[in-house]
Design a protein around this ligand. Structure first.
Ligand code: E4P
Length: 221
């Protein structure tokens, strides 16, 4: 399963990229707004740091605006995936951009039918928002299972990009289902790195090493 980071924060992107963990990035207008500054600078920098796919989202809601913005966004790099909303104009833009060889991520997917339609329009990725479904008392992970089952019956080539991930359990469940990608907020990826027994284990190793060294101060690894 590929791991994308769901952020426009350059410090987090550099931090996890240096660990070799990132296969790509997803952003959206809210994430850009959270960072402030000029989003153009952030987009240029992210597409430089990351070799894999970087989803940059349009803000136009009608077809011609989406195409114009999509083409402008694509100028940031060959790794740019244009993110369009799951609307009739979004699917029309998905169809046009995809047929010109520009990959598209259809976002704000909340049903298997929406995922099916986005796949038929030629999307490279569909982004089902599982956390937002959980938030309204529905089972977000059930949607991933449904989309996986539907896609496995056909040959769309569209990848399931699990979005709106809220905690590490979401990631394990998505991996068990066989989702293609998860996009993670930096805090979720941070939590995945940690385990209390790892921390205690390391403290114990270092304390024992100090004991050994106290009798032989010249010892070095
Ligand atoms: C996906 O690409 C979106 O950026 C994202 O996962 C939205 O998640 P949220 O529900 O935490 O805003």
């Amino acid at each position: 399963m590929k791991i994308f980071l769901d952020t426009a924060n350059l410090e987090s992107i550099r931090k996890f990229n240096d660990m070799g963990l990132l296969d790509g990035i997803t952003t959206n207008p809210s994430l850009m707004s959270k960072e402030g500054g000029n989003p153009k600078d952030a987009m240029a920098e992210i597409t430089k740091i990351i070799k894999g796919d970087v989803s940059l989202e349009v803000v136009s809601t009608e077809y011609s605006g989406m195409i114009e913005e999509g083409k402008r966004l694509r100028q940031y790099g060959k790794n740019v995936v244009v993110k369009v909303p799951m609307t009739p104009d979004g699917l029309k833009a998905c169809k046009s951009l995809s047929s010109e060889g520009i990959p598209v991520n259809v976002t704000l997917i909340f049903s298997a039918n929406q995922a099916l339609l986005a796949a038929k329009s030629g999307a490279k990725y569909v982004s089902p928002f599982i956390g937002r479904l959980d938030d309204i008392g529905q089972d977000g992970m059930h949607l991933i299972r449904e989309i996986k089952e539907v896609f496995s019956n056909y040959d769309f080539g569209t990848q399931i990009l699990v979005a709106s991930v809220r905690h590490p359990l979401h990631v394990v469940d998505a991996a068990k289902i066989g989702a293609d990608v998860v996009t993670l907020p930096p805090d979720v990826l941070d939590k995945m790195l940690q385990h209390p027994l790892t921390k205690i284990g390391l403290q114990n190793f270092l304390a024992d090493w100090d004991k050994l060294k106290s009798g032989n101060p010249d010892i070095k690894i």
